[in-house]
Design a protein around this ligand. Structure first.
Ligand code: CU
Length: 154
């Protein structure tokens, strides 16, 4: 009877860690990225974030009206001179996505392309090590109790 309750206690502890862990193994952060569009480029031309990051783009143009379009992320905004257009997304898809100008802005408009790269999220080592620590403490406590019970029986 006693042993069964230990099992239950340990299972509850373990599933609790799993549930919390699913959301925390990957450390996500908020980023603000300033982008300047001009004929015929985006600066910076390459943006790299981690999966799960909340990314806010602040887009300005330094000459004519451009479009700010990101493949696969359903972003398409018109950016006029003098305006700052803000777009916030959660980078939930891993991969390389093209940033394009979606408004014809001149001869080399089709070549106005940038890259938005979403990398597999970084591992949250603080969380992982504390989870491992809790599991170790739990297991050793159980072993201690089991051994003690066994010795009492003998
Ligand atoms: Cu353009």
């Amino acid at each position: 009877m006693k042993k069964i309750s230990h099992y239950i206690l340990f299972s509850i502890l373990f599933s609790l860690i799993l549930i919390i862990g699913i959301g925390n193994v990957y450390a996500s952060q908020s980023r603000v990225i300033d982008i300047r569009a001009s004929q015929f480029k985006f600066e910076p031309g390459r943006i790299i974030v981690n999966q799960g990051d909340t990314v806010t783009f602040k887009v300005k143009t330094s000459d004519v009206t451009h479009g700010f379009y990101i493949d696969g992320y359903n972003v398409d905004k018109e950016v006029r001179r003098g305006d700052e257009v803000t777009v916030t997304i959660v980078a939930d898809k891993v991969g390389k996505f093209k940033i394009r100008c979606s408004i014809t802005c001149g001869a080399l408009h089709p070549f106005m392309i940038g890259e938005f790269i979403v990398e597999q999220g970084g591992v949250n080592y603080v969380f992982l090590s504390s989870a491992v620590g809790i599991i170790l403490v739990g297991v050793s406590t159980l072993l201690f109790i089991w051994r003690r019970d066994y010795e009492y029986q003998a």
